[in-house]
Design a protein around this ligand. Structure first.
Ligand code: MTE
Ligand code: MO
Length: 480
């Protein structure tokens, strides 16, 4: 097509492990008059790698690792690069940030120090298990450096009624305990905050809908460890977790959950050492983090070093003065954090992952519909029963097809992916035929197994910290 239309340049770098650390770069030029005349079978996803090394993307999209693709790219090779390293060059030695892990280029940081990033949500609903390297990262502090041989987890049950002794477990001892695997989505309490901000400003990181991921976690069950220590059920007690990451006053990140959740074998609380069958990465809590299925991300403490059974909640900032919900009329002058409950189980939510806002979407020529895809999840082990979509502000609804794990009742901790064929309303069809641009607003709402449903508007659930942002997800697209 004509070079005058749209020209895009890509630099591809592909690195092979082994060898001499040589890198191969390709420069290609692509011309296309409209975005849907893509030559790349994966569409514009190729843009995510533009200007950087392609190997992290290929680690996720393994379909590229074929002789055919390599031969094709070979014709675009423009040269070789040697000795590329330097992740944290700006940080001088001794800075708490000097030992941050290298992150995947997909994760676009909302903040770099501490590191907070979500993957592009257009990719999130592609895989039922979120690849570890594209799982959102939410760190409040620098990532601690933990040596597996020296790692120790201290478990203090002396605050429990019948418990008592102090127990210290090494990593090898934790791994020697019966292994348990659970699929669980982890979602930040601030997921989708950026949508709530449109109503009125809130304080917090501007998360899109990507501060969530779904993984298969493996580890020892906390209930086994606590029961072995003689801890008895008690409905007014709590289990406090501390991480190895320290704030400038040397206080660790901390959070707590009710003892009843920790002791419940159906609660599936894990001392996890694996994520999707791989050891945890440093960003996700290596070597041990607690996984509290169905509960807000903040309680899933990473780099776990200490567990305490106590008659009070964690006194950490994050338990006491953050991750709590308030009325829309509560402002920073009137807020009293001590009067609100800490968030534990999360409410039902869903998000449209494709198409993206503003995207030009192809209408199926025969059926007159567009395909919409996303995720849905509810906390507390509640299952997603249904996801409903509308293209006409709720006059007609269309039920999505669900992809979900077949979990036992009340233990539906993983997310559900969904796909819907949304018929284009008559009005839009007419407008489109008449040559109009044909904008369409898609709404999605999920229903969980307690028949809880998402609220329609953010106006009525707005809160000053921008947490629990679970109103209908609304996305405006253009019909191509
Ligand atoms: N644990 C420690 N030790 N330090 C932290 O900053 N962040 C919490 C939680 N556990 C945090 C932590 C928050 S708010 C969330 S949302 C999740 O970890 C994020 O987990 P992820 O980074 O593995 O996605
Ligand atoms: Mo979070």
């Amino acid at each position: 097509s004509s070079p005058g239309s749209k020209a895009e340049m890509f630099l591809y770098g592909a690195f092979w492990a082994g060898g001499l650390g040589l890198g191969y770069f390709w420069l290609t030029q692509r011309y296309s008059s409209t975005p849907d005349e893509e030559n790349h079978p994966g569409g514009d996803k190729i843009m995510m790698a533009a200007g950087s090394a392609i190997d992290p993307f290929w680690a996720i999209y393994q379909q590229h690792n074929t002789l055919e693709v390599l031969e094709l790219l070979e014709s675009f090779r423009i040269g070789n690069l040697e000795g590329l390293t330097v992740p944290n060059a700006e940080d001088e030695l001794g800075s708490p940030w000097a030992q941050e892990p290298v992150r995947h280029a997909l994760l676009k940081p909302a903040s770099k120090r501490p590191f907070n990033a979500e993957p592009p949500i257009g990719l999130l609903a592609e895989k039922f298990y979120t690849p570890n390297e594209m799982f959102y990262v939410r760190n409040h502090l620098p990532v601690p450096v933990l040596v597996p041989e020296e790692y120790e987890l201290e478990i203090d049950t002396s605050g429990g009624e019948q418990g008592g002794q102090l127990l210290t477990l090494t990593l090898a001892q934790i791994k020697a305990l019966p292994r348990h695997t659970v699929t669980a989505a982890i979602m930040c309490g601030g997921n989708r905050r950026s949508e709530m901000t449109h109503i009125k400003a809130v304080k917090g990181l501007s998360w899109g809908a990507g501060a969530v991921g779904n993984a298969k976690w493996s580890g020892a069950r906390l209930c086994d460890v606590l029961r072995e220590q003689g801890v008895q059920p008690n409905e007014s007690m709590h289990v406090i977790f501390e991480g190895a990451d320290l704030d400038p006053t040397s206080h660790p990140y901390g959070a707590s959950i009710p003892l009843s959740k920790a002791l419940d074998p159906r609660g599936d609380v894990l001392l996890a050492y694996e994520m999707n069958d791989e050891p945890l990465t440093r960003d996700h809590g290596y070597p041990i983090r607690v996984i509290v299925p169905g509960v807000v991300g903040a309680r899933n403490v990473k780099w776990l070093t200490r567990i305490m059974v106590a008659d009070h909640e964690s006194d950490s900032h994050w338990q006491q003065n953050d991750y709590k919900g308030f009325s829309p009329s509560t402002d920073w002058d009137t807020v009293d954090f001590s009067k609100a409950e800490a968030i534990q189980a999360m409410p039902v939510t869903s998000a449209i992952c494709t198409p993206l806002p503003g995207e030009r979407v192809k209408v199926d020529p025969q059926g007159g519909y567009i395909t919409v895809r996303g995720y849905a999840w509810s906390g507390g082990g509640r299952k997603i029963l249904r996801v409903d979509l509308t293209g006409d502000e709720g006059k007609t609804w269309h039920v999505a097809e669900l992809e979900q794990e077949d979990s036992p009742d009340g233990r539906h901790y993983g997310w559900s992916l969904w796909t819907a064929r949304l018929p284009i309303p008559e009005e839009q069809q007419q407008r489109r035929k008449a040559g109009g641009s044909g904008e369409l607003e898609i709404w999605a709402k999920a229903v969980d197994s307690a028949y809880n449903v998402q609220p329609e508007k953010f106006e009525h659930i707005w809160n000053l910290r921008g947490v629990l942002a679970n109103a209908y997800h609304k996305v405006k697209v253009k019909l191509a």
